[in-house]
Design a protein around this ligand. Structure first.
Ligand code: NDP
Length: 282
């Protein structure tokens, strides 16, 4: 079998240029102009390229976005002051802090200082807690994008087996919660999991976020399975995911590519969250 490729690039383009653009037009009529601020510290090449993609997608949906750049020597206090200003600025609806941050700055302290109503990355304890409780909230972007991609395949998760490999706070755990909310039976795997192959063997959907290049291979994927590959790695100038695409795409029913899979969906979800925040804040 050759897998159907789930193009995050296409799904994202469609959401941005139809749904989201229309929502922005409606907000503009009420004199609300959704605005996103990205705080960028230092000059990491990967961070700069993610930020560039965020700006490009903001333009597609018709929202405003700005980058606040700081030298890597910036103090934690300066960042906290800047976030405080943003929290109190009614013209700004969403703020994210591009990670990683230099070691002298506490990520938890910085993220916790963001007003949850402007936390469009969905990382604050308030928004994570609401997600856990099944309340309406700003859902973190990568898991949100994963669910939209699954939705684009017409998959009904009700009663399906989903195996999530990786339990990070930003991908694995929220993805598992979202699948549970859609009545999937979720198996969470991590570095201490015994016999990973057995946990994968009856999966209808496998979500892989381990941060190890080509970690999952085709021979670990059961029949009729959808594979979502969250990983992204640059190996000698060539991008690949946490799944060995070559072997996995021969086995899976559908699979996300790297690049062009989860990455664009994550950025699209960020823009969507900014629009949702603007709708709520006004
Ligand atoms: P983390 O490093 O935070 O978490 C990795 C997880 O994988 C941990 O839970 C770890 O287990 C688990 N793990 C590690 N080794 C194994 C193993 N041998 N078997 C099973 N599980 C294992 O990663 P993230 O979730 O932040 O990111 C994962 C990948 O996704 C990275 O490549 C990252 O770059 C990418 N990413 C891509 C995004 C996108 O938009 N495309 C967004 C976010 C991330 P344990 O908890 O036990 O240590």
């Amino acid at each position: 079998m050759t897998a159907k490729i789930i193009s995050g690039r296409e799904v994202a383009e469609n959401i941005l240029t139809t749904n989201l653009k229309n929502k922005v037009i409606e907000l503009n009529k009420k004199n609300i102009n959704p605005k996103l601020i990205v705080i960028l510290v230092g000059d990491m090449k990967a961070s700069a390229s993610y930020v560039a993609q965020k700006e490009k997608f903001a333009v597609k949906a018709g929202i405003e976005s700005d980058i606040l750049r700081f030298e890597s020597t910036v103090t934690e206090e300066q960042i906290l002051q800047e976030i405080n200003k943003i929290n109190n600025d009614n013209s700004i609806h969403g703020v994210i802090v591009q990670l990683p941050l230099p070691d002298h700055i506490s990520v938890a302290k910085v993220l916790n200082s963001i007003d949850p109503s402007k936390d469009v990355d969905g990382f604050t304890p308030t928004n994570v807690g609401k997600l856990f409780l099944g309340e309406d909230t700003l859902v973190s972007c990568t898991p949100k994008g994963i669910m939209q991609m699954l939705d684009s395949t017409g998959t009904d998760l009700n009663g399906k087996n989903v195996t999530v490999v990786g339990r990070s706070n930003i991908v694995g755990k929220p993805a598992a919660i979202l699948c549970l909310q859609q009545n999937a039976t979720v198996t969470m795997c991590h570095s201490r999991t015994k016999d990973l192959d057995a946990k994968l063997s009856d999966a209808d959907v496998i979500i892989v976020a381990v941060g190890i290049p080509k970690f999952i291979h085709g021979d670990q994927i059961p029949e009729n399975c959808i594979v979502i590959d969250v990983g992204i790695h640059n190996i000698e100038g060539k991008l690949c995911g946490d799944v060995d695409f070559e072997s996995a795409s021969k086995k899976a029913t559908a699979i996300t590519p790297v690049p062009g899979g989860v990455g664009p969906m994550t950025v699209c979800a960020l823009i969507e969250n900014t629009i949702i925040a603007a709708e709520r804040i006004g």
